[in-house]
Design a protein around this ligand. Structure first.
Ligand code: N01
Length: 487
C-alpha cells in the first residue's frame, strides 16, 4: 500500500483539524502551507479590542482536544488563538508546516496536483485539501477620499496595535458582529466613538461569565465531563438552527427576545434608529449584552445618515456634516465568496476555478467539485455555518475526506471527483430549500450569493453532519480505477 502525498492549504481551524485527522489515520506525508507566520487563521488575523467568540467555549473546540482551562463561557479571541496554537504544537504539526509560504496555484496533471508557492517552488501531490476559510479577505469599502484621511485607517482584521485609541475620536464603519464588539470595547477609552450604521442589527442578549476554579479543576480531573456542555450546547444549537431554516415557533421566539432586548434602549429616537426592518437572524445574528448599553453612553454617537466621502479631517455624511475623527476603523466585513481564491486552480480539461464558479461557488456536499479530482475543501460552499461552530463542521468533513484517502490507499482509485449530475442535483435541492430559510426573508448579507440565494446549508447542521458522516454513494462520483493495479 502506498501512502498519498497531501498538501493542506491553510493552518486555521480546519487546516489544523484536517492535519490531526490525517495523523490519526496514519497519513504522515502531508505538508501544511500557511502564508502567515503562525497558526490560527481568523483567530490570528483578528486581534481587535473586544473580540469574543459568541459560541460557548466548551462547544467551540475540537472534540479530540477538549480544553478544561477555558476562562469564560465565551472566550476572548487571543485565548482561542492560543488554544489552536496549542493543539497544533501538541500534535507536532510544525514538522509538517511551511509558514510564510503562500500557495499561488495548483494544476491537475491527470493523476495529481502540481502546487506552486509564492517562493516560486513547485511540489507534486496526490491530493490538495483547501482549508482556506471564508472570512479571510477584508473588504475595504469603496468610499471616495478614504485614502485622504489624515489619521490611521485600519480594517478590523488588520488591527494596528501601534495605534493608541486612548483619548482619541474614533470612527467605526459597520455594525456587524465585529463593529458592535469594537464599539462596546472602545467606549470609555476613546474620547468619543462615532458609529456609522448603514443597516441596524438585531442583537441577542447573552451574559458572559468566568468559569470557577472548581469547575476547571473538575473538567481537568474528569475529562469525560467535557461531554456534558458539548451535548447541551449541541442540543441548544439544534433548536436554534430550526429557527434558521424553518419559519415557525423558534423563529418567532427569537424575534420576541431580540425585540424585548431592543426595548432596553430608553430614548425612542435612538431606539427607532436601531430598529431593523427585517427579521431576526436574516443577517448573521449579533450576540451582545453590552452593545445597547454602549450606544446610550454620552461619549458614543450613532450616525445613520449615509457616508458621502472621507476627507482629511473625518467622515462627511449625506446631510453635509463633517464628523471630525482621529482614527477610522473599517469593520466592513470580508469577501466571503472568495474561498480559496486568489489561488489559481486549474482542474481536469484545463477548467479553471473561476470558470467553474462563474455563477458563484458550487460544490458537492460542501467538500468536492466536479472536474477538480482529488481536491477537497473544508468549510467549502454551502457548509453549515451561521452561528454554528466551525470546529464541528471541520471535524465532520475531515472524517469524510480521510475516508476517501483510506480508499485511495487501499488501491480503490487514483482520482475521484463528484459527477456533474450529482452536483447539479445536490445544488438544485438546496436552491429549492432556500426560500424556507430566514436568510431569504428580505435583507442583504454576506450569506447571499450573486443569485440572491444563501451560500449556506439550508437545513440543520445536524442533518449535514448525518449526511457527511454517512457512507458516500459511489454512483455520485467519477472514480478513476486505474489505481487498482497500484497497491
Ligand atoms: O462583517 P459583516 P463583520 N458603508 O459583513 C457595513 C464573524 N464574526 O466583520 O449591513 C457603510 O457582518 C455593513 O453594512 P450593511 C461572523 O460570522 C464572528 O462584522 O451591509 N457600511 C455591515 O454593518 C460575522 O458575521 C465573531 O448595510 C458598510 C458591516 O459593515 C462575520 O465574522 C465576531 C459599508 C459588515 O458586517 C463578519 O462580521 C466577529 C459601507 N461602504 C465576526 N460596507 C464572533 O463573535 C460594509 N458596511 C465569533
Amino acid at each position: 500500500m502506498s501512502s498519498p502525498r497531501i498538501a493542506i492549504v491553510g493552518a486555521g481551524i480546519s487546516g489544523i483539524c484536517m492535519a490531526v485527522a490525517l495523523q490519526r489515520a496514519g497519513f504522515a506525508d502531508f505538508t501544511i502551507y500557511e502564508k502567515a507566520d503562525d497558526y490560527g487563521g481568523t483567530w490570528r488575523d483578528n486581534s481587535y479590542p473586544g473580540l469574543v467568540c459568541d459560541v460557548p467555549s466548551r462547544y467551540y473546540q475540537f472534540r479530540f482536544a477538549k480544553n478544561p482551562e477555558w476562562t469564560h463561557l465565551y472566550s476572548a479571541g487571543p485565548e482561542i488563538k492560543d488554544y489552536l496554537v496549542g493543539v497544533a504544537r501538541e500534535h507536532g504539526l510544525h514538522r509538517n508546516t511551511r509558514f510564510g509560504t503562500e500557495v499561488t496555484g495548483a494544476e491537475f496533471d491527470g493523476e495529481g496536483w502540481q502546487v506552486t508557492t509564492s517562493d516560486g517552488a513547485t511540489g507534486r501531490f496526490d491530493f490538495v485539501l483547501c482549508a482556506t476559510g471564508f472570512l479571510h479577505h477584508p473588504t475595504r469599502p469603496d468610499i471616495p477620499g478614504l485614502d485622504d484621511f489624515a489619521g490611521p485607517v485600519m480594517h478590523s482584521a488588520r488591527w494596528r496595535h501601534d495605534v493608541d485609541i486612548t483619548g482619541k475620536r474614533v470612527g467605526v464603519i459597520g455594525t456587524g458582529s465585529t463593529g458592535t464588539q469594537l464599539v462596546s470595547a472602545m467606549a470609555g477609552n476613546a474620547s468619543e466613538v462615532v458609529l456609522f450604521q448603514r443597516t441596524p442589527q438585531w442583537i441577542l442578549p447573552t451574559v458572559n461569565r468566568p468559569y470557577t476554579r472548581l469547575s476547571k479543576w473538575l473538567y481537568k480531573r474528569v475529562p469525560a465531563l467535557g461531554a456534558v456542555p458539548y451535548l447541551f450546547n449541541r442540543a441548544a444549537f439544534a433548536v436554534f438552527s430550526q429557527g434558521l431554516v424553518h419559519p415557525g415557533r423558534v423563529r418567532k421566539l427569537i424575534q420576541w427576545v431580540v425585540e424585548r432586548h431592543l426595548k432596553t434602549v430608553e430614548d425612542p429616537e435612538l431606539r427607532a434608529k436601531l430598529t431593523p426592518d427585517y427579521q431576526a437572524m436574516c443577517k448573521r445574528l449579533v450576540v451582545s449584552d453590552r452593545f445597547y448599553r454602549t450606544v446610550q453612553r454620552p461619549d458614543v454617537r450613532l450616525v445613520t445618515e449615509g457616508i458621502d466621502a472621507v476627507e482629511q479631517r473625518g467622515v462627511v455624511t449625506a446631510d453635509g456634516r463633517l464628523h471630525e475623527l482621529d482614527i477610522l476603523v473599517l469593520a466592513t466585513g470580508f469577501d466571503s465568496h472568495a474561498f480559496m481564491r486568489p489561488m489559481a486552480i486549474t482542474g481536469a480539461f484545463g477548467r479553471t476555478l473561476d470558470q467553474a464558479w462563474s455563477a458563484g461557488p458550487r460544490a458537492f456536499e460542501g467538500v468536492m467539485m466536479p472536474d477538480f479530482p482529488n481536491l477537497f475543501m473544508l468549510v467549502g460552499p454551502h457548509s453549515p455555518f451561521a452561528n454554528h461552530p466551525l470546529t464541528a463542521v471541520a471535524e465532520a468533513q475531515s472524517t469524510r475526506i480521510v475516508g476517501w484517502l483510506q480508499r485511495w490507499r487501499a488501491g480503490e482509485f487514483t482520482t475521484i471527483a463528484p459527477t456533474h449530475a450529482a452536483t447539479d442535483r445536490y445544488n438544485a435541492r438546496m436552491r429549492a430549500a432556500a426560500p424556507s430559510t430566514v436568510w431569504t426573508t428580505g435583507c442583504t448579507s454576506w450569506y447571499l450569493g450573486k443569485d440572491g440565494l444563501p451560500e449556506l446549508w439550508p437545513w440543520t447542521p445536524g442533518a449535514y453532519e448525518k449526511l457527511i458522516r454517512s457512507a458516500p454513494n459511489t454512483a455520485d462520483y467519477q472514480l478513476n480505477l486505474r489505481a487498482a493495479s497500484r497497491s
